[in-house]
Ligand binder design. Structure first.
Ligand SMILES: C[S@@+](CC[C@H](N)C(=O)[O-])C[C@H]1O[C@@H](n2cnc3c(N)ncnc32)[C@H](O)[C@@H]1O
Length: 143
């Protein structure tokens, strides 16, 4: 099964892997812009309880068709700003692998992420800093 890599799209195995997320057993993990669900499907095998949010209904359908859904792995169609505004769930780890943090105003998104992270929780994300940039930037932020 695919490993989560923070630069997984273009340069497999060149970046940190899921070990930077720590022991995921029993942890609530949220992916912002979960796409095909591959990252969360892998993290669920490590014991995480995973929620993926993607703005595209086709991504939820594809993820559920490929990985199914259950208490340890669920997918939601929603803009991440709306999701984070409306949910009352808390998360131990929030990830975005070339996902919604790349496409969303950080001034809007980051305060919402902060509200939903448990104390000591992690925000881990990757994106290119500028269009066409060849090198992925990987970030880990601890609350
Ligand atoms: C480049 S794909 C990466 C998908 C996945 N993270 C991966 O590693 O394969 C970016 C995803 O972010 C989603 N996305 C972009 N902006 C979003 C937003 N504001 N809210 C939710 N999802 C968003 C897109 O629909 C797309 O599926």
């Amino acid at each position: 099964m695919q490993r989560v890599g923070l630069d997984a799209l273009d340069h497999p195995d060149h970046g940190p892997d899921e070990t930077i997320l720590g022991d995921l057993r029993g942890k609530q993990v949220l992916e912002l812009g979960s796409g095909s669900g591959c990252n969360l499907a892998h993290l669920a095998t490590l014991g995480a309880r995973c929620t993926g949010v993607d703005i595209a209904p086709s991504r939820q359908a594809a993820a559920e068709q490929r990985w199914g859904r259950g208490p340890e792995l669920q997918f939601v169609t929603c803009d991440v700003v709306d999701f984070l505004t409306e949910t009352d769930a808390d998360f131990d780890v929030i990830i975005s692998i070339f996902g919604a943090t790349w496409f969303t105003d950080p001034a809007v998104l980051l305060p919402l992420v902060l509200r939903r992270l448990v104390p000591g929780g992690l925000l881990v994300f990757s994106h290119n800093d500028e269009p066409g940039a060849a090198t992925a930037q990987d970030h880990v932020i601890r609350k």
